[in-house]
Design a protein around this ligand. Structure first.
Ligand code: NAI
Length: 466
């Protein structure tokens, strides 16, 4: 049995939702139509580490329709939709994912998805947050310097400690398994801001072992999924978790990048008073010009009802902050990793009492008697407490992912981090216009020449910021 999911009997439900999602994912369906027959990914072994949702199922089935041999794991312990995973397992694609994995199980699943038989790795990776890439890099490092397995990682967070524990458990002297896996990889396409940061850091340190495509910074990804996706799925997560009335409440959004902009707009749309925190003067000014109050967590901590972190940074909401919050303040994170909120410190705070309200909703009571409600234990609220972004916006992201996989498979890249061309970016957008009934104006040859483009595009220079 080459899969592990919660309940295979959910497969028919999963299949029905996948069929509905297909109707909302025109970009992926267009790629199937365009390339299905020639199967350009035939022979490619693709491993995915990306939230195992209904939308991801449509991505997986696009990759298999293009000929790939796929294995999959989720990139978060709470983000799997068990019916989607069941449908994928039933279709014969090995998938290792269920909602509510332990961290030990999480890394086990990642390793299973990376194993194409006898420890052999994939040709290509679809990564979200960089965990599959990190597992391979740390595996290689451990084979070359086994001493790193014995190091003290107490400052690093539980996710990382569990990865190192697993590598340690499976380590055998003289093994070159991970080095062979790394050598075999033609490339990785990375979905999110945080994963892309990791890639550029590894490239700068000359540690990156294979080429990467930064899918996040396609305009049709970060300016759509991060922004409009979170604009819908943040509220979905908060409401499914708490049923709280947002109107009239004070909401603090930490970080006013693409995700923060969507979150702030969402909460304002419900009638909340929205405060924003930022470190970057440009983003802080943008928030102010949008009419948000820009302040600090310290200044806002006693008056806010809901706190949302969207920074991709660590320790943004500390245990001291939570100690000063209003009774029953809601605390959640929509950034990629849970270290934006000091959850581990909260769990270990002397005198703290914890009550589980329901899955992914926990109440923590401090010794002074006030409580806070923590969603998804600080992990992505929109995927932990709801079902992530809607299909249509994910079609934009995943069309970029599929194009990136095709590019990596069909071409030989030097080690580096690349973005897709503006021509492809515009093509992704174009594939989604029909569904929304958009009619574009066509340039006349005179207009095209006046603004210095061709009538078919690309329509903007590389430095244009949208
Ligand atoms: P971004 O880089 O556009 O925005 C992050 C913002 O946070 C920046 O403007 C930065 O100046 C600010 N920031 C950094 N440290 C801060 C601090 N200590 N206090 C206040 N502000 C701070 O990144 P983006 O694309 O908005 O992504 C944010 C996070 O969300 C990343 O971890 C990303 O991977 C994740 N993400 C999550 C999604 C979801 O569905 N939950 C979807 C897309 C991205």
């Amino acid at each position: 049995m080459d899969y592990k999911v919660k309940d295979l009997s959910l497969a028919d439900f999963g299949r029905k939702e996948i069929e509905i999602a297909e109707k909302e994912m025109p970009g992926l369906m267009a790629l199937r139509k365009k390339h299905g027959e020639e199967a350009p990914l035939r022979g490619a072994k693709i491993m995915g580490s990306l939230h195992m949702t209904v939308q991801t199922a449509v991505l997986i089935e696009t990759l298999t329709a293009l000929g790939a041999d796929v294995r999959w794991a989720s990139c978060n312990i709470y983000s799997t939709q068990d019916h989607a995973a069941a449908a994928i397992a039933k279709s014969g694609v090995p998938v290792f994912a269920w909602k509510g994995e332990t961290l030990e199980e999480y890394w086990w699943c990642t390793e299973q998805a990376l194993n194409f038989g006898e420890g052999k790795g994939p040709d290509l990776i679809v990564d979200d947050g960089g965990d599959a890439t990190m597992m391979i890099h740390k595996g290689v490092e451990a084979e070359k310097k086994p001493a790193i397995l014995e190091q003290d990682y107490s400052e690093e967070g539980e996710d990382f400690r569990e990865l190192m524990a697993l590598l340690n458990k499976h380590y055998s002297e003289g093994s070159d398994r991970w080095q062979k896996v790394a050598e075999g990889i033609k490339g990785v396409s990375e979905e999110t801001t945080t994963g892309v940061h990791r890639l550029y850091q590894m490239l700068d340190r000359k540690e990156l072992l294979f080429p990467a495509i930064n899918v996040n910074d396609s305009v049709t990804k970060s300016k759509f999924d991060n922004l409009y996706g979170c604009r819908e799925s943040l509220a979905d997560g908060i409401k499914r978790a708490t049923d709280v009335m947002v109107a009239g409440k004070t909401v603090v959004v930490c970080g006013f990048g693409d995700v923060g902009k969507g979150c702030a707009q969402s909460m304002r749309g419900f009638g909340a008073r929205v405060l924003v925190t930022e470190i970057d003067p440009i983003c802080g000014l943008q928030a102010a010009m949008e009419g948000y109050e820009v302040t600090t967590v310290e200044a806002a901590v006693k008056e806010a009802d809901i706190f949302v972190t969207a920074t991709g940074n660590r320790d943004v909401i500390t245990v001291e902050h939570m100690g000063q919050m209003k009774d029953m303040a809601i605390v959640c994170n929509i950034g990629h990793f849970d270290n934006e909120i000091q959850v581990e410190k909260l769990e270990n705070l002397p005198g703290i009492e914890e009550i589980n309200i329901k899955p992914q909703v926990d109440q923590f009571t401090f010794s002074d008697g006030h409580s806070i409600v923590l969603l998804s234990r600080g992990r992505l609220v929109n995927l932990g407490n709801a079902t992530g972004h809607p299909s249509f916006v994910m079609s934009n992201s995943f069309t970029n992912q599929t194009l990136a996989q095709l590019d990596l498979w069909q071409n030989d890249f030097e080690i580096g981090v690349y973005t897709l061309s503006k021509k492809l970016d515009e093509e992704v957008a174009r594939l989604h216009l029909g569904k929304l009934g958009v009619t574009l104006t066509e340039l006349t040859p005179e207009q095209a020449s006046y603004i210095g483009v061709t009538p078919e595009g690309p329509f903007k220079p590389e430095h244009y910021r949208y």
